[in-house]
Design a protein around this ligand. Sequence first.
Ligand code: FMN
Length: 179
Amino acid sequence: MDKKAVIIYWSKTGNTEKVAHGIKEGLEDAGVDVSLLNTDEADEVDYFDYDLVCVGFPSYLWHPPKPMDDLLKKNFRNHRSEGKIKSGSPRIPGKYALIFCTYSGPHTGIDEATPAGDYAGQFFEHIGFKVLDKWYVLSEFHGSLINSTEGRMGDIRGMPTEDDLRKIKEDASNLAEKL
Ligand SMILES: Cc1cc2nc3c(=O)[nH]c(=O)nc-3n(C[C@H](O)[C@H](O)[C@H](O)COP(=O)(O)O)c2cc1C
């Protein structure tokens, strides 16, 4: 039977949305059945209905933005009340997560994105899902020329580029082999 994945994302200026679509295409190329939802559409999603849950967001002050944080916490509360947060967080075979985070790193580079990815990953590790990977995608800071040209990462205008998105698609196809 086909593996099932859901991609849940939040995106204000489009970078994360582009990455989400790249992941969808890559997974589909590998034969995975994919649902793509933004946070508003994902309120009723049950992670346990899927083999792979992909969660994506921009780094905002090295955290997931509020709509994603709220969703992660709401699901965590539900899982706790259903007794799914067990001591020792035993791994559930065949249940996986992927975290993807777009960032511009104008001040301290990728270090101002990894805390957001690590934080989001914990919501899955706690329920026994293995986080297969965390992808950090360098992206233009739309609306801020200074942060897109003079930050720690240099000139990041136009990112993620078509090449970046092609690579993401390939990586997603390769990831599907681990399901
Ligand atoms: C309010 C705000 C806070 C941000 N904070 C960070 C940050 O802490 N670290 C970082 O690397 N980029 C930060 N950024 C840049 C975004 O993470 C980056 O541009 C991202 O790709 C935007 O994603 P989107 O186009 O999907 O909305 C911030 C942007 C905004 C608007």
